[in-house]
Design a protein around this ligand. Structure first.
Ligand SMILES: Nc1ncnc2c1ncn2[C@@H]1O[C@H](COP(=O)(O)OP(=O)(O)OP(=O)(O)O)[C@@H](O)[C@H]1O
Length: 282
């Protein structure tokens, strides 16, 4: 059974004239990391909101077509059940903090508390993620007094602690410095290895090339392509969507244009390194 299936789905936000999603048909399988790419306003967050069940319940508008999550029509899911089944981190960390907890520790524990995780296990799970994201110095602070980047890390920590099988992550590193971004992506890499199903929106295409199993390409509310990462990020779809290719792919293409062909186009630094060192070794 597919994780998500969408058939000819369109959505227009209330009071908006143009559709944010147009005739989207997609099937997402369990256990893979799907990267969603596209320029600003191409519909990535709207697609995530739909997969997470926030549309049409919390973002009203006109929805047509059919969306199924694990074989059940989206409209038949109980919202509370859906929020337990799907972890979700949205781009704006200011809307992610509950606003009712006095400390970062309690904020991260909040979701676990709601689903009745025993206290000892809860403390263990929170402390583990706090350590991995280097949040020790923040745990006694009031979440409302954090910077945007700190809030983003706390929101991410809360979702990781929940340990859902399916996680929707929308631009998790938009406000983070390189070191914090690396820590977040290390955890995302681990979640993927543990077989979680992940939908990830991320503008940094080099990170996407490194971590995604498959890529969904969006333009003007439409899905213009979906396929294995290497196939998509080296294809002409990237030009059509106006999204840059990974740096190493661009470099290899430039070398190819100068008559110095690579055996195959690299999409990660590790692949470029392997291809270059085998040539230089000769
Ligand atoms: N709550 C809303 N009400 C009305 N229109 C909205 C709302 N949210 C998004 N839109 C519109 O829907 C379209 C798609 O927006 P969306 O946020 O899904 O794009 P995106 O690809 O995630 O963009 P970005 O990369 O800037 O985050 C845009 O035209 C946007 O203006």
């Amino acid at each position: 059974m597919a994780l998500i299936s969408m058939q000819d789905v369109s959505f227009t936000y209330a009071y908006s004239e143009a559709p944010a999603l147009s005739n989207v048909s997609l099937t997402l399988e369990e256990g893979l990391l799907y990267g969603v790419i596209g320029v600003n306003a191409s519909g990535k967050t709207t697609l995530c909101s739909l997969m997470r069940g926030l549309i049409p319940l919390f973002h009203p508008g006109t929805l047509t077509g059919k969306v199924e999550i694990r074989g059940r029509n989206l409209l038949e899911w109980d919202p509370a059940e859906l929020s337990r089944a799907i972890g979700c981190v949205f781009e704006n960390p200011f809307t992610q903090i509950s606003g009712i907890k006095d400390t970062v520790f309690e904020e991260i524990a909040f979701g676990l508390e709601n689903i009745g995780v025993p206290r000892d296990e809860m403390i263990e799970r929170v402390l583990e993620v706090v350590e991995r994201l280097g949040l020790e110095a923040l745990i006694k602070k009031n979440p409302n007094e954090l910077s945007g980047g700190q809030r983003q890390k706390v929101a991410f920590a809360a979702i990781v602690a929940m340990d859902a099988d399916f996680i929707v992550i929308d631009e998790p590193t938009s406000q983070l410095d390189p070191e914090a971004s690396d820590a977040v992506f290390e955890i995302i890499g681990d979640l993927r290895k543990r077989g979680k199903s992940i939908v990830l929106v991320e503008h940094k295409i080099d990170l996407m090339a490194q971590h995604a199993d498959r890529i969904i390409v969006m333009k003007d509310g439409r899905v213009i392509g979906e396929g294995p990462t290497a196939e998509i990020v080296t294809s002409a779809l990237m030009d059509e969507a106006d999204v840059p290719r990974p740096e190493v792919t661009e470099l290899a293409l430039a070398l190819q244009g100068a008559g110095k062909a690579f055996p195959s186009l690299p999409i990660t630094r590790a692949e470029a390194f392997a291809a270059l060192s085998s040539r230089l070794g000769r």
